[in-house]
Design a protein around this ligand. Structure first.
Ligand SMILES: [Zn+2]
Length: 468
């Protein structure tokens, strides 16, 4: 029985961990895309690092593309088995993978135009929407808390990770050739406690081995300031005093719904000024509809809230926009309003058009509510650079820039330690740290050792470990 770490080892993205049982059954935990690694990204994504035909099953922790985004390629390259996930994850992954395929198709079309002019060989997209359709046929959903036997050697139990809708911790029972049970838990991505929408990460069964994420292994979240009042103050300042537009770039999954929910609460309290609010993104609109269908996944506070307001993601004055023509019409409208659009890091999607139309006028405000990688347009705006490039053109940044940093989908290191605290440390044979920058992993490893965890390892790419 062994485990090998193929992705998310030296990187945060590309989550892929491979388990081989004594009888040779191969289970892949996640099949994510590498993201944001420059030119190398495409090369790394095109080679999975193992033979897809030899994989018997995939167990998916959650729908984020760095965990699910290379499943269509896996199927395209010969995988014939089943992909397991929770029911809400399947709904979300379907729209995310379709969106991902369209991005790959568009990107390659752009690259091929140039290659054609240079008489170079044309490239194929990583995968297409047709590949996604084929991939989706392999999915089987397993609800939280329902133990499921994949075969006579592997059982799966999902517990709630509280990270995004449908996210799960993967708890496996592996039965070796001597009939001994080895318990391995894969954290997936762990959410923070007291989230606005989701439940807290759950306690999970005692494990012998734990594969734990460490994204925030060296960081603590900022102390929660009153994000609701901060947002209200930005709305009033922009839309009432300056009579401008408030532009909020936000991830389609999670952050958009959090912002809308805060506005919904302000509306119910009678505090929200009478202005139009637009969510301008077909992907955000689709995901919001999935959230509406899965209210049982929300935390108790939100369950209580929907008793008096059945739709926490909708109210008068709030409009969801799908069509491009309606999106473009917003740019001609000079009325004060709020526009929430994707992508969160501002490098793609309709948000770029809204920024191009508003960024140079001081009456407008751009509100940054999410993490932006270095070099992204979002980071440049967050850092208030004097001039920024959008669609190859330089724009003066005259709009106000506001930041609310208290939103996050990841547990910080104190919360990761709290998540692990349900375990008897002395019974854990080995803890593997993945999904974090090297500094974060080293720092988190040190903290765990200080707390009394016995054996904490930072695995290298493709390094195998025996499970016994
Ligand atoms: Zn995630």
């Amino acid at each position: 029985m062994q485990v090998k770490f193929i992705g998310a080892t030296e990187t945060v993205t590309g989550s892929k961990h491979l388990i081989q049982t004594d009888k040779g059954f191969m289970v892949l935990l996640d099949c994510g895309l590498y993201q944001g690694l420059g030119k190398e990204t495409t090369v790394m994504n095109r080679s999975l690092g193992f033979d897809p035909e030899k994989i018997d099953a995939v167990i998916l922790s959650h729908a984020h593309i760095d965990h699910s985004g290379n499943l269509p390629l896996l199927v395209k390259q010969g995988f014939l088995g089943t992909i397991y996930c929770t029911p809400p994850t399947l709904e979300v992954v379907e729209v995310l993978l379709m969106d991902s395929a369209k991005i790959h198709e568009n990107d390659i079309e752009f690259v091929n135009k140039r290659r054609k002019q240079n008489n170079e060989e044309l490239l194929e997209p990583l995968y297409t929407t047709k590949d996604v359709e084929r991939c989706l046929k392999h999915f089987k959903t397993i609800p939280y808390h329902a133990e499921f036997y994949l075969n006579d050697e592997v059982s799966l139990l999902y517990t709630d990770a509280g990270h995004i809708l449908g996210s799960a911790v993967v708890n496996l029972k592996l039965i070796d050739k001597t009939n001994k049970i080895i318990r391995l838990t894969f954290s997936g991505d762990v959410g923070k406690y007291n989230d606005m929408l989701l439940r807290d990460p759950e306690v999970f069964p005692q494990a012998d081995y734990i594969i734990c994420e460490s994204t925030y292994g060296d960081r603590l979240h900022e102390v929660d300031i009153d994000a609701e009042m901060h947002l209200l103050q930005v709305v009033k300042n922009t839309c009432l005093e300056k009579k401008g537009k408030l532009i909020i770039p936000a991830f389609s999954l999670g952050r958009t719904q959090e912002i809308v929910f805060v506005l919904d609460k302000l509306k119910n309290k009678g505090l929200l000024p009478n202005i139009k609010i637009y969510v301008d993104s077909p992907l955000s609109t689709n995901i919001t509809n999935i959230m509406r269908k899965n209210v049982t996944c929300f935390n108790d506070k939100l369950q209580e809230y929907i008793k008096t307001d059945p739709d926490p993601f909708g109210f008068s004055n709030l409009v969801y926009i799908r069509e491009q023509v309606d999106s473009m019409a917003l740019n001609k409208n000079s009325e004060p309003c709020i526009i929430i659009s994707a992508s969160g890091m501002m490098d793609a999607g309709r948000i770029k058009h809204h920024l191009a139309h508003t960024i140079s006028d001081s009456k407008n405000t751009i509100l940054v509510v999410g993490y932006c990688t270095p070099n992204s347009l979002g980071r440049k705006i967050k850092d208030k650079e004097k001039n920024v490039k959008i669609f190859g053109e330089l724009f003066e940044l005259n709009a106000d820039v506001e930041v609310i940093d208290s939103y996050s989908a990841h547990a910080d290191y104190n919360e990761l330690i709290r998540f692990l605290s349900c375990q008897d440390k002395t019974k854990i044979k080995k803890m593997f740290l993945v999904h974090g920058d090297l500094e974060a992993k080293i720092s988190f490893k040190q903290k765990l050792l200080t707390l009394g965890y016995l054996d904490v390892v930072i695995p290298n790419r493709n390094e195998p470990f025996v499970l016994s």
